[in-house]
Structures are given as C-alpha cells and as structure tokens.
Design a protein around this ligand. Structure first.
Ligand code: SF4
Length: 463
C-alpha cells in the first residue's frame, strides 16, 4: 500500500455512473496497478502478460480464510469488478491438484491449483471471461512459484485466454496501491473486519449452547459486512461509518448467542499463513480442539500485512534510505492503516479486553533471541514471536500449523523445545498437513491433556 492510496480519504471509491463507465474506469485503474509477478530465486523473466485486463471477466478467489476471501471479493466488487470466492474445497480439489503436482510442491499450491481446476470443470467457465487471483511473492519460499505453475497448467488445459492476476506483498503491496487507492484501502478494511469477525467466532463458538448457532451468526455477519464493503459510489469516510455501524450490529448478534460458562484451556494457534487459515488445508483442527474442550486464539490476516509493511521499513533502513520518498510513503501508509484499524476496532475494546492482538513489533521482539528478523523471514519469525506473546497472555498451549515439508514448520519445530524450556515448559507442538489422513483427534487429545496439565501449574494467569 502506498500513501497515495490514503490521500484519497474523502474522495471516495470510483463511482458507478449510469452507463457503467465509472466501474470500468476503476477496474482499469486497479489493473494498471497490478504488479508483474515476482518469481522466486531471482528468475529474470516475469510470466505475467503486460496487457493484463480483467474488465468484463469474473475474478475468482480461493479461501484464505473463507471469510477473508469473502470480504476481499467484496472489496474488488466495490470498484466494479465481478469477484467471487470458489466453493468449499473437497477431496476432488486434492485429486485435481495432485494431477499437476509431483509432491515436491507445497501443499497449499496443490489446493489452490485444484480449487481452480475443479471450478473450470464444474462451472464450464469461458476462459475469455475468467480471471484467477493469485497472491505471489519474491523470496526463498516456494510461494513465488505458484503463479508460474498455475499459468502452465492453464495453458496445458487449453485455457490460455484465462488470466491469472497476481498480487504481491513485495514493498507492502505498494505496486497495487499506487494506482488503485480506493481498492487497497477498502481491502485493508476488509482484512480488519475479517479478523474481528473471526475472533468473535472463535471466542464464542466453544461456549455456545445451541450447536451451530455461532457459525450461522458468523455467516450472517459476513453478509452484513460484505454488503457494506462492496458498495460503489461512497466516500472512504462514508464507508468507514457504515462499516462501524455494521460491526456494531455484528457485535450485538454475537452477544445474543446463549453461552455456557466453562473454564477451557486457551490454545494459541500460529503457523504458515495459508494452512493456518484455510480450514480445509488444516483438517479443521480448530474444531477438533474445540470439540475436545479447548478455545483457540488464532493469528489473523492483518499480522501479515503489518509484517510486510514493517519489512519495507527495514529494507529502507538497510539501504540507508531513511527519510526518502519511499520512507515517507510507507510511514504515511502505516499511519492511515493504524487509523482505520483503530476506528474499526474501537467498539470492541471491551469484548477483546482479554484477547488483545500483539503489535507486530512485540512479536518480532519476542522472536529476536531465537530468530532475529534480520536473519530470517516470514512466518517462522512471526510464529516464534507469536507463540511467546501468547504465552505471556496466559495461553495454555501453542499449536503451530504447517504444511508438510514447509521450511517454516521445520525451523520452528527445531526452535520450540528451547522456547518451551525458557517459558515454563508450555506445551508447543507443530501439526503438519499434506492432505493424507491422520488421527487428528488422537493427536489433539494428547496435546490438550498436556495443555490442561500446564494450565493447572502455570505461572502466568490468563490476561
Ligand atoms: S511458506 Fe511453506 S507452504 Fe507456504 S508457500 Fe512457502 S514453502 Fe509453501
């Protein structure tokens, strides 16, 4: 995101005029801002076509998590694009994804490819009217390879006309922001809203009296908030006011759910961002934990956005570009992000009094003795620092969710024994997922017994 995005405060999103030209123009602006894909490991040729234009196409999003993609699709609709979320994943997604992966790729890649291939089969999509959203990144992790593989698979399927639209976290998503201000600001608000609703869901569901009621209310609230986010022709100020009003309605809906008073162990959930947030990828581990008596505190999506923003600052410092134009843009961007986050969250301080989210700096400082941010990147740093932050909040155990063979889980698994030893021996366990069946109930059950034992003797009370 860039400062220019936010300088538009009060000017509003692109407007939809009578002949639809407003949305078309907004779509064009958004597309102009979409960066070329960054391939990993310094590959020098971007596979992204320069003439990318998704005007008149349906833009599809996969789940990360479902609620987050649901809200993000609404943000794309706010600038006149037809954006939708793929249906829930099932075994066929894995089967189709498995046809085009060898097993060396990471598990999220298999699911994402399977998601889109199943959609093509089931919906009989016209490639000329279809676009697939795919976040991408530059760096040592395999994430940067997703784009190239999906492009290759689509081409092999005779779907050369289908567009893959990458978004990247490089420079804190600055590439998009420079020319798609209203989209980016609305998307950030969508992220903040998704995190609030997901938090309410996880705080309430384990205690509900009537099974299924919290899930139903959560879905209703997603609809309420998506209707606010997707509206066209409103100013940023108006959308913020509407979003706050919508969130208050949601707060009341959650507060009205009958709950039992129970003293459950609190399990902090950290890990690789896709697998942690995509409930299909992690075999609904949170529901397993809840079914066996726990409550989960899951690291949300905003953490990653703050981290990428902070990394942009770090890089500028390293390049001795403090007080440069880029620095100033980043600084202003962060201030406006903070302002929006605070405005949307201010009515929830009472509800979240015992579930305060960490500032990314706190997380990075907690991680420093084990994985200093200057020497390691990504989720392994956030998971390590996040685990320690949750320990200080009185969590009774930490679960780290990782795709099998992902370096994040491999590194953190090596570090956690020391983290645990130096933090009152709090139980910490990495759960790996690769789409094969495992006795998750048994493993979760064993872990929860450890958490219950720790709960009885722990030194830090729940905040
Ligand atoms: S973090 Fe791990 S699982 Fe996720 S994209 Fe990177 S290599 Fe794959």
């Amino acid at each position: 995101m860039s400062a220019e995005d936010f300088e538009q405060t009060g000017t509003g999103t692109a407007t939809q005029n009578g002949n639809g030209k407003g949305s078309t123009q907004a779509a064009r602006e958004a597309l102009k801002g979409m960066p070329k894909a960054q391939t990993a490991h310094g590959a020098d040729k971007s596979p992204v076509r320069e003439d990318v234009d998704i005007k008149g196409r349906t833009l599809w999003l996969t789940h990360m998590p479902f609620g987050g993609s649901f809200m993000l699709a609404a943000a794309f609709r706010s600038i006149g694009l037809d954006a939708r979320v793929v249906p829930s994943e099932d075994a066929r997604v894995l089967e189709l994804g498995g046809k085009y992966t060898s097993g060396d790729e990471c598990y999220p890649q298999r699911i994402v490819i399977g998601d889109y291939l199943r959609l093509i089969e089931d919906e009989n999509l016209d490639p000329k009217k279809t676009a697939f959203l795919l976040p991408t990144a530059n760096g040592p992790c395999r994430f940067g390879q997703y784009f190239g593989l999906l492009r290759q698979v689509l081409d092999e399927q005779g779907l050369k006309d289908a567009i893959v639209l990458p978004i990247t976290s490089a420079d804190g998503y600055a590439g998009i922001g420079e020319q798609a201000g209203s989209l980016i600001r609305t998307a950030w608000r969508a992220v903040v809203i998704q995190d609030i609703l997901l938090k309410l869901l996880l705080m309430t569901r384990p205690y509900e009296v009537n099974a299924g009621e919290t899930d139903r209310v959560y879905m209703e609230c997603l609809e309420v908030m998506a209707a606010v986010i997707e509206r066209q022709g409103v100013t940023n100020k108006e959308r913020l006011a509407d979003a706050k009003a919508g969130l208050l309605r949601c707060k009341d809906k959650f507060a009205a759910i009958p709950v039992k008073k129970e003293d459950r162990p609190l399990i902090g959930v950290v890990g690789e961002i896709y697998c942690r947030l995509n409930t299909f990828a992690n075999n609904e581990i949170i529901r397993h934990i809840e079914a066996q008596g726990g409550e989960c505190w899951l690291a949300g999506v905003a953490e990653w956005v703050w981290y990428t923003n902070d990394e942009a600052f770090r890089r500028l410092r390293e390049e001795k570009r403090r007080m440069s134009k880029d620095w100033l843009k980043n600084f202003l961007t962060a201030r406006v992000m903070e302002k929006d986050e605070e405005a949307l969250g201010e009515d929830f301080h009472d509800v979240f009094a015992h579930h305060r989210e960490a500032h990314v700096h706190e997380v990075l400082e907690y991680s420093r003795p084990y994985l200093p941010r200057e020497g390691s990147l990504g989720e392994m740093v956030l998971s390590t620092g996040g685990a320690i932050y949750l320990y200080h909040q009185g969590a009774d155990g930490i679960v780290d969710i990782s795709p099998f063979t992902c370096m994040n889980g491999i590194v953190t698994e090596a570090i956690y024994p020391r983290v645990s030893r130096e933090h009152d021996n709090i139980p910490i366990r990495v759960f790996y997922f690769d789409g094969t069946a495992s006795d998750l109930d048994r493993d979760v059950g064993i872990f929860l017994e450890l958490a219950k034992t720790y709960k009885r003797r722990k030194k830090i009370a729940r905040s």
